[in-house]
Design a binder for this molecule. Structure first.
Ligand code: ADP
Ligand code: MG
Ligand code: MG
Length: 210
């Protein structure tokens, strides 16, 4: 299978997950935020998947597919998470390039570039109750497993389990950044919506790779 088509399948799997879970993500964001996380992610993921599909149809390589998806996602999603998802996809695409046969270490490096882009733009650290709380364990777990010689698919799936645990654990945290900050105390006991959506995205992406 062409690697650009795998990237498209991953973005489409994220779009389908968001289509399924948008209402739930919106309700999570409404508890301490403004309630638009589901609808914003839905606009972004749909636009990202459409742009990725166009790029694959035009014969683009994997890096271009991801970069186009990121541009469209940021453009259409609106909101903090849309800008960050767009930057992450672009950074991953730029790191991967249009290589025909990237190795597992290249993919882990691209995921870490996405993490660095999100932390560079958003300035969040682990513990601030954002998507970074799921992304950092995902990127670190993937890199460590791949460096230890594990194949990409099982390493990705195991890292997605770590990300899911970390996203759920944000329930116990108080937000320090973003829109949820004015409603800090209401957020206690509820996980961060951006961390939950990110962990679910990595989980469905792992099913594509496996
Ligand atoms: P908005 O906050 O603009 O309404 P969304 O509701 O779509 O955007 O996304 C909210 C999510 O964005 C939060 O749950 C959090 O995970 C993430 N987020 C907010 N600010 C930051 C930041 N500075 N760095 C990383 N992630 C952030
Ligand atoms: Mg919101
Ligand atoms: Mg908003």
């Amino acid at each position: 299978v062409e690697i650009g088509a795998v990237a498209l399948a991953i973005v489409e799997s994220i779009r389908d997950m968001i289509d399924r879970d948008a209402d739930e993500l919106g309700r999570l964001d409404a508890i301490a935020g403004d309630g638009d996380h589901g609808i914003g992610m839905q606009r972004g993921a749909r636009a990202g998947a459409a742009a990725a599909s166009d790029a694959v149809a035009a014969g683009a390589g994997v890096g271009t597919v991801l970069s186009r998806a990121g541009d469209a996602w940021a453009d259409k999603a609106g909101g903090t998470s849309g800008a960050l998802w767009g930057a992450a996809l672009r950074a991953a695409g730029e790191r991967l390039g249009d290589e025909l046969r990237p190795q597992a270490a290249d993919v882990a490096s691209a995921v870490d570039a996405a993490r660095a882009a999100i932390q560079g733009y958003g300035k969040a650290a682990v513990g601030d109750k954002t998507m970074v709380d799921a992304l950092v364990p995902f990127a670190q777990g993937l890199s460590a497993r791949v460096a230890a010689g594990e194949a990409l698919a099982p390493a990705w799936v195991a890292a997605a389990v770590d990300a899911t645990d970390a996203a759920e654990a944000t329930s116990a945290l108080l937000p320090r950044l973003g829109r949820a900050r004015p409603h800090m105390e209401k957020s206690l006991g509820t996980p961060d919506p951006g961390a939950i959506s990110l962990a679910r995205a990595m989980t469905v992406a792992g099913r594509v790779l496996a």
